[in-house]
Ligand binder design. Sequence first.
Ligand code: NAD
Ligand code: DAU
Length: 360
Amino acid sequence: MNIGAYSMNWTKNILVTGGAGFIGSHVVRLLVNKYSDYRIINLDKLTYAGNLNNLTDISVSDQHIFLKDDICDTSRIKQIFDEYQITDVIHLAAESHVDRSIERPMEFVMTNVVGTVNLLQCAKDAWSNDFSKHVFHHVSTDEVYGSLGAEGLFEETTAYDPRSPYSSSKASSDHFVRAFHHTYGLQIKISNCSNNYGSHQFPEKLIPLMINNIVHNKPLPIYGKGDNIRDWLWVEDHANAIDAIFHEGSAGESYNVGGLNEWTNIELVKYLCNTMDTKLGRSKGESEKLITYVVDRAGHDMRYAIDASKLEAELNWKPSLEFEEGLDKTVDWYLANTKWIDQITSGSYKEYYETMYQNK
Ligand code: NAD
Ligand code: DAU
């Protein structure tokens, strides 16, 4: 028995998985700062993408407990539910990078599918006396809906049509989450968000990779023609949406999260180059010269765009920042936190980068 669970009278003991990753660390920061009566049990395996340096401004305390564990480890997860009297789950832990999923799909099946089912099973066993008191919030992606043409937006009712090993594993996990609601009565909520950007994002993803390469005058690898479209959202707005959906969303429902902010990759990278020329004191157009068109991503989804009107209408959520302002803050964060990025890029990232981009 865990004495802390009783002595402090926490109103909730929330298990946040993946809380040392990019979005997870922002979710943990929001919950710890906003709800002093919640205890946050932050569980993360610390894969290459997990980084305790993402959490340096949130002290480890009675209120914020960090556990280095694997969501696939059944006996350990059962023990954690029991020991910390877990009341709710916000599940973000995942393998999250599409390019890695193309190289190693099985790792995505293990974490994203098997790990999610393991968590669902442990939650079901722990909460079976009264499911109505507990929430299992599954954080998912817009990529489950597939790829759009020039027109239209993804709605919650859009049929699933995942096309990469990553999106297939996330779609599968979404189906299992819904199955545990319909079959057993678990109170689940699913959020499907578009591309996030902001501080603490691992530099394998487009925006931090480009920022880092611009700083170091390295080629800026644009897949294909650069005309693929993504719908970008400030990571703190995603964390706010998760907060709203976790607390106010209806059980059994999905909510799309996005900011109606579509950019082609090439437009975005050129905009970033211009912004950084100014910040780095370079002459206009200097960073753009680094742009290099490389072999396209296999099965590259053309366009993602989210209709978030359900979330806006039902839960009164809205993005708080214009993209240009958010991107400006993001660039400033990376320029001010060179130690953070140097620690990552000096290790196994180098090997990753050379392997992934050698034939491009
Ligand atoms: P990330 O790769 O930065 O972080 C993932 C975290 O999960 C890491 O800290 C990692 O150590 C941890 N993890 C991986 N395998 C684990 C395991 N077996 N057990 C415990 N922890 C494990 O990812 P992110 O970009 O922060 O994404 C978080 C979640 O949000 C994912 O579920 C992702 O599918 C979803 N999502 C991401 C985006 C985006 O734009 N990044 C958009 C929509 C949804
Ligand atoms: O839409 C939500 C998804 O967004 C999340 O579920 C994923 O976890 C997250 O990784 C992200 O997936 P994308 O594949 O869209 O993101 P990524 O940053 O890898 O790529 C964005 C676009 O930029 C995509 O069209 C591919 C392109 N790209 C990417 C890299 C890394 C390049 O042109 N060059 C690059 O070097």
